[in-house]
Design a protein around this ligand. Structure first.
Ligand SMILES: C[S@@+](CC[C@H](N)C(=O)[O-])C[C@H]1O[C@@H](n2cnc3c(N)ncnc32)[C@H](O)[C@@H]1O
Length: 391
């Protein structure tokens, strides 16, 4: 078995897919290009980034990518026009070399223009075929409702072509392992916050002011960059349960990364919120992450803050204002936007600004000296526009 795992999984070059939210694939490709992976080259496609490599590259991608939602490993691709063919093709995969005995399988199917269009039936046939292979190898899957971790298997059908991919991330990667324990008003996903910082040109060194911080998504992502820590450092992944997992390699990767972590002598990130409960939860989250060397927190009203009290010179101020989410709130949203814009123009000259807006046409009023670049992103299923420039 060990020899087969080595030959068929460990020694092989695999195709991986980093799934991203709309608008984030280009940034994710740049992140991948900066990682010390075993093979160069990425391809941005619909919904994410394709790359190739060996299994340890997958560990590194999960640990280090700030903007990917999950990372998949492609395990099979075939044409199937009927269920018998589907079952036969799934049975050709040596599942026992990929999955541990006793895991539970969750099959997620999407079909577009496929003759096998009934996704429930495709899932059922796929699971049955995997279970037969695992039974034959005397490594049975857990029965429905049984214990054991849940391994997701994605089946994507486009016309009659099917691709099978195993998930290597478990919980979505925007979950960094430590969440805020207080009120959360439309928190940004950490992946989106990470992308916004990169689109604003944040480099981990310049001062950062996050004056409507809420749960602290921007500040937490900024702290990962400032401390040179991978954003997946505090969370778990399913791949340590795989038969081909090499603990030695993973530990070595983590040790190498940890040697580059920085402890800062004074925080360059300032995070505050008007809501005292939010500010307390924010302070607690920063403390639990061990980021107090990087992030200073406070309860404060943005409209009374003066950046000269917060940083030695201009840096980046990044704001996701409290816009209402319903359409009827447009006048109120525009009013908040204008007030925030005026404050930024008057008090933050020379600063980079990252400002989220529900409308693409509201960029005026800030007195931009450079930019702004406007990027369409998606937050909570709705479009939002990032204005990034210098005032
Ligand atoms: C949309 S939420 C920000 C969410 C944040 N980006 C996150 O990921 O959790 C807006 C935040 O602005 C805060 N806020 C509203 N008015 C404020 C003000 N005048 N000064 C500071 N914070 C304010 C709210 O309490 C709320 O936490």
């Amino acid at each position: 078995m060990d020899k087969r795992v080595k030959r068929h999984v460990k020694a092989k070059v695999h195709d991986f897919f980093a799934v991203t939210a709309p608008g984030l694939s280009g940034i994710c490709a740049a992140e991948l290009a900066a990682l010390p992976l075993s093979m160069p080259g990425t391809e941005v496609v619909d919904g994410g980034v394709e790359f190739s490599g060996r299994l340890p590259d997958l560990y590194l991608a999960n640990l280090c990518l700030a903007t990917a939602s999950r990372v998949l490993i492609r395990v099979a691709g075939f044409i199937a026009r009927d269920f018998d063919r589907l079952s036969r093709e799934v049975e050709r995969v040596p599942w026992e070399l990929l999955l541990p005995a006793g895991c539970r399988l969750a099959v997620d199917v999407s079909c577009r223009g496929s003759r096998l269009y009934h996704t429930g039936a495709v899932a059922e046939r796929t699971e049955e075929a995997v279970a037969r292979v695992m039974d034959q190898a005397r490594a049975p899957l857990a029965r429905e409702g049984g214990a054991g971790y849940v391994q997701r298997l994605f089946v994507r059908g486009v016309a009659d072509g099917f691709v099978l991919s195993l998930d290597s991330s478990g919980e979505l990667l925007h979950k960094r392992g430590v969440i805020a324990a207080g009120p959360a008003r439309a928190p940004l996903r950490q992946t989106l916050a990470a992308a916004i910082l990169r689109l604003c040109g944040y480099d981990g060194l310049m001062p950062l002011v996050d004056p409507m911080a809420g749960t602290g998504s921007f500040s937490v992502e900024a702290a990962f960059l400032a401390k040179n820590m991978p954003p997946g450092w505090f969370r778990d992944f399913p791949f340590p349960s795989w038969p081909a997992f090499s603990e030695k390699t993973f530990e070595h990767q983590k040790k190498t990364l940890a040697q580059e972590f920085k402890t800062l002598t004074s925080p360059s990130i300032f995070a505050s919120d008007l809501d005292p409960e939010a500010a307390t939860a924010l302070a607690d989250r920063v403390e639990r992450l061990g980021f107090t060397d990087a992030v200073r927190t406070a309860g404060a009203d943005f409209f009374y803050l003066d950046p000269r009290d917060l940083a030695p010179g201009p840096g980046l101020v990044v704001i996701n204002p409290p816009y209402g989410l319903r359409l009827g709130d447009e006048t109120q949203a525009k009013d908040i936007f204008s007030r925030v814009a005026r404050r930024l123009r008057d008090k933050y000259p020379g600063w980079r600004v990252g400002l989220l807006s529900p409308q693409a046409g509201w960029a005026g009023g800030l007195g931009w000296t450079r930019g702004p670049e406007v990027t369409r992103l998606v937050h909570g299923g709705r479009p939002v526009f990032l204005f990034a420039g210098t005032v």
